[in-house]
Design a protein around this ligand. Structure first.
Ligand SMILES: O=C(O)CCC(=O)C(=O)O
Length: 334
């Protein structure tokens, strides 16, 4: 278990890496909204607020299937996956651990905060390429759209919220903006840690993000401190509701003060011609969703298509092992 000082050092390092290309993220090159693919209200909200909600887009059966599949996967990863400290890596997916709990931790899923890289697997791929969803994203991002990131967020009882941030901070791309799709797979309330958004903040450049000021916050949490958030809006959602949001939109989530888990499946989509700038990231895996304005069929699971992510994760594990070996041999020499 890393010490608080080690965690602090890691958080400072993460924040400095994330803030590196801020000058290239000053202005979003706004994709012209194609109003024919959106309702007038959706187009207006996107331009004016930077987000809108699709109520009850996904049925209860699919939400339940997503939750069950994720739990089974996390349990399998716990026993069969490669451990790098508290993280588990299995095939092309990996988990990040939760740092804060209010209830007894009994199962693998009780210890996890996020699970990454799901969108190539069956139920997740079908949703990622759902016709009505990708047609709508085509209205925001142009006729060629890819999904490039997927994560399932467990917000277990006691888990702390993620502070104010803009998602494009995390994306080192040649083009902006991207669009986030946040599906509630449980209720999201003020008590259990719903999202909060700042309407209109998508017109801001990407701000500097400082390490989360709470020493025991989850690794990688960073926060905007130079903006007035007094007009924040809580996003109260039912299972199956979807929030579509601009990647420059400032948002945060609240702590989970309830006794139940709050869960969400989050996808990020971008224009298909977008290039990665700098080093590749294991959380970025481009998969076509819309081509020349036509939805890409759901297709079948092709694990080999994840080879880049698997290679990156494999290199990460190798480097971690080398680092451990070096640490051991220096300690043994002392
Ligand atoms: O769901 C949450 O608690 C935080 C999600 C979030 O902020 C994000 O996906 O960028």
């Amino acid at each position: 278990m890393p010490s608080p000082a080690e965690n602090q050092h890691k958080s400072d390092k993460i924040a400095s890496v994330l803030n590196r290309n801020l000058d290239q993220k000053k202005v979003a090159s706004y994709a012209p909204v194609d109003a024919s693919r959106l309702t007038p209200e959706q187009a207006r909200r996107w331009e004016q607020d930077g987000y809108f909600v699709l109520p009850q887009l996904v049925c209860a059966k699919i939400c339940a299937k997503i939750n069950e599949t994720v739990i089974a996967k996390v349990r399998r990863m716990d026993t069969e996956g490669t451990a790098v400290q508290e993280t588990r890596i299995h095939e092309g997916s990996f988990t990040l651990p939760e740092e804060n709990f209010s209830k007894e931790v009994a199962t693998a899923e009780d210890r996890v905060s996020k699970l990454y890289n799901l969108h190539r697997e069956d139920v997740f791929r079908h949703l990622a390429r759902r016709e009505d969803l990708v047609q709508l994203l085509g209205g925001l991002l142009g006729p060629d759209v890819d999904i490039f990131n997927s994560q399932y967020i467990f917000k277990n009882p006691g888990a702390w919220g993620q502070p104010w941030h803009q998602d494009s901070l995390y994306f080192n791309f040649s083009k902006f903006p991207q669009a986030g799709v946040w599906l509630a797979t449980s209720r999201a309330t003020v008590e259990n840690g719903c999202l909060y958004v700042m309407p209109g903040s998508h017109r801001e450049p990407i701000h500097e993000h400082r390490p989360d000021s709470r020493p025991e916050a989850n690794l990688g949490y960073v926060e905007i401190r130079d903006y007035d958030f007094s007009n924040e809006v809580p996003m109260l959602m039912e299972p199956g509701d979807v929030l579509v949001f601009h990647s420059f939109l400032m948002h945060r989530s609240a702590d989970n003060r309830s006794d139940d888990r709050r869960t969400a499946l989050v996808y990020h989509y971008g224009n298909a011609g977008t290039r990665q700038v700098g080093l590749p990231s294991p959380t970025v895996d481009w998969m076509p969703a819309l081509r020349a304005g036509s939805p890409v069929p759901p297709g079948v699971h092709q694990p080999w298509r994840q080879w880049r992510t698997r290679l990156q994760l494999g290199i990460g594990v190798f480097l971690h092992k080398v680092q451990q070996l070096l640490k051991h041999s220096t300690t043994a020499e002392k």
